[in-house]
Design a binder for this molecule. Structure first.
Ligand code: PLP
Length: 399
């Protein structure tokens, strides 16, 4: 089928929930993807921080190929080895004692909100139900996680939303202190706000939030759906902060591109979920778990990937800072950790994304004026240089 016909059919048959670019992607390897007509692109979007090992990493491909011939799905009525092994791997490498598997970031956050409420009501018999989230956060599109999301533009037309969720300014400990009441059960945060433009809090913010939680018997839920699985140079970004959460959610990079979400918690909190209290048909499915195991194995292997992420993150930021010197009238600020990098512009960035795409580079624009770069953690200096060259050409045509 031709590209033109595919795009026509897309318009006819798919609900118009995305403003997609007019290209059809067919194949990917590492940093590269190809469209239906064979045009090659370097992918600095990486499925929005999801293809952490690049496209079709051989270890993930082989693991899934083997598993797909052995067992594709069974109900969570039964034990399966990949799910047990994945839980053990995540628990071994994190603060957590227990894992619950689901299929997406929103579901992981939904589970976290349910667990936090149930922990206080059922285990402690306390009337604590309120979740405090932050302005400009993003936590997903289900009704509870949409309510927790601190951006009004996503909420239009979906009233009434979930009661018992409030928002305060991000990176403002005083605002949080003032918001906590005796009914507060959890504070829900992204360690770095990704969707709203790579906003990084002050270095001691998470420490202060942890203390506030401890002082008030409030749970800390960290949404690491975007920042987890090596994205910031550590396996989980809370490791930079010197504190641990009570609950953490993961998705995006966890399966190396295969859909899987996870909610991790300490034993104390996890006990609030008992047989029948929460579940999902596909959660922890053998294929998804095998993909996540293969992904984690590669990410953790000799620290190579985490190291590469740190070095390339530094290099990427340095190259973008150089670009900023050449175009101070367009570029406002570069910020990021590891390979989650935002470049805030003084202008709308959509036309820049289109111009880069025409020149074979896929990049993302978020929050209207922030270019967000989330390449696979295996990106090289040469590939970063190619992107910066293209950005330079594009900015030249603008100034
Ligand atoms: C993407 C994202 C989500 C939602 O994940 P889905 O898999 O799209 O449901 C939640 N939180 C954060 C921080 C995200 O970046």
């Amino acid at each position: 089928m031709e590209t033109k016909k595919l795009l026509e059919d897309s318009g006819i048959y798919l609900m118009h929930t995305y403003n997609r670019f007019p290209i059809v992607l067919k194949k990917g390897r590492g940093m590269k993807v190809w469209n239906w007509d064979g045009k090659e692109y370097l992918d600095f979007v990486g499925g929005i921080a999801t293809n952490c090992l690049g496209h079709c990493h051989p270890k993930v491909v082989i693991a899934v190929q083997k598993q797909v011939q052995r067992l594709i799905h069974v109900s969570n009525f039964y034990h399966i080895e990949p799910q047990i092994r994945l839980a053990r791997t995540l628990v071994t490498h994190s603060f957590a004692d227990k894992a619950f598997f689901c299929n997406s970031g929103a579901e992981a956050n939904e589970a976290a909100i349910k667990l936090a409420r149930r922990y206080f009501k059922e285990n402690l018999g306390q009337n604590k139900f309120e979740i405090i989230a932050t302005v400009n956060s993003f936590h997903g599109r289900t009704l509870a996680t949409l309510t927790a999301t601190g951006q009004d533009k996503f909420k239009i037309g979906f009233d009434p939303l979930l009661p018992g969720i409030r928002h305060v300014e991000f990176n403002n400990i005083e605002a949080l202190k003032n918001a906590v009441t005796k009914e507060t059960c959890a504070i829900l945060l992204e360690p770095i706000q990704g969707e709203s433009g790579v906003r990084i809090p002050a270095p001691d913010y998470l420490k202060q939030v942890r203390k506030l939680c401890d002082d008030n018997n409030v749970l800390l839920i960290l949404d690491e759906v975007q920042t987890g699985i090596g994205r910031t140079g550590k396996l989980f970004s809370y490791e930079h902060s010197g504190i641990t959460p009570d609950i953490m959610t993961l998705a995006k990079g966890l399966g190396g591109g295969v859909p899987i979400g996870a909610m991790l918690a300490t034993d104390k909190v996890a006990e609030a979920f008992q047989p029948g209290t929460h579940g999902t048909t596909f959660g922890g499915n053998p294929l998804a778990c095998i993909a996540a195991l293969a992904t984690l194995e590669v990410v953790l292997e000799d620290g190579f990937v985490l190291d590469q992420c740190k070095r390339m993150g530094k290099y990427f930021k340095k190259r973008l800072e150089e670009l900023k010197k050449d175009f101070p009238e367009i570029i406002m600020e570069i910020r990021g950790m590891g390979l989650l990098i935002g470049m805030e512009l003084v202008r709308d960035c959509a036309p820049i994304v289109t111009a880069c795409m025409e020149r074979g580079m896929l990049i993302n624009c978020t929050s209207g004026n922030v270019l967000r770069f989330m390449p696979p953690l295996i990106v090289t200096e040469k590939e970063i240089d190619s992107l910066v060259d293209v950005l330079e050409q594009v900015f030249d045509t603008l100034s």
